[in-house]
Write a protein that binds this ligand. Structure first.
Ligand SMILES: O=P(O)(O)OC[C@H]1O[C@H](OP(=O)(O)OP(=O)(O)O)[C@H](O)[C@@H]1O
Ligand SMILES: Nc1nc2[nH]cnc2c(=O)[nH]1
Length: 185
């Protein structure tokens, strides 16, 4: 089956947040996060690949600018696999850094139904993390979110539509678009 084209999606998509707005939102999140740690603390900074990459990179610089050092690692858990609706969560990579006794800061692109962030957070806690703080660039507004997960830091709120750009894919395309788009009809 052929892959739907990004150019066709863009033709009917709506820009929800442009680059400047998203950068400002990330700066705001960084301000709050930096204040949540005491001087000298170095959280394990876990990027949830693939979508979390652009957000995590920008957030990391914004935190570095505010004097917070981070120990980088990453994980890849996916339940959409390039499709526009989710299924079971598959772990493709787990972090190698021992989390026992550590504070963890998780960075992901979107909290939608919450299955991904909830499972990742629980896994970090099972590994012995003393605190798991979560930061997402976008939170989707609907009433289908699983119980037990609320992001500690949210950049922007998006409507209940499939969104892409700024890390988020449209059939594995468009992740490096510097804005968030909502897919049209
Ligand atoms: O809140 P949920 O409904 O669980 O959805 C959120 C997750 O979905 C996306 O990942 P995806 O499975 O598409 O993997 P990817 O980051 O590799 O695209 C996104 O990056 C989040 O991790
Ligand atoms: N690209 C993308 N990935 C998601 N994962 C969960 N929801 C979404 C969404 O709206 N867009």
């Amino acid at each position: 089956m052929s892959v739907p084209k990004l150019v066709d999606a863009l033709a009917s998509a709506q820009v929800l947040f442009d680059r400047a707005t998203l950068e400002a939102a990330i700066e705001r999140i960084a301000e709050d996060i930096a204040q949540a740690y005491v001087e000298g603390e170095v959280p394990v900074f876990l990027t949830v690949m693939n979508g979390g990459l652009p957000f995590a990179a920008q957030l990391a610089f914004a935190l570095g600018e505010r004097g917070l050092d981070l120990e980088f690692d990453y994980l890849h858990a996916t339940r959409y696999r390039g499709q526009t609706s989710g299924s079971g969560l598959a772990w493709l990579h787990r972090p190698a850094t021992p989390l026992h006794g550590r504070k963890v800061l998780l960075a992901d692109d979107i909290l939608d139904e919450g299955h991904t962030l909830l499972a990742v957070k629980h896994w970090c806690e099972d590994q012995g993390a003393t605190e798991v703080r979560t930061a997402v660039l976008a939170e989707k507004l609907h009433d289908r979110c699983v119980e037990g997960i609320v992001a500690d830091h949210v950049g922007v709120q998006v409507p209940d539509a499939y969104v892409f750009g700024y890390g988020m894919d449209y059939h594995e395309q468009g992740r490096n678009l510097p804005a968030i788009y909502a897919l049209g009809d």
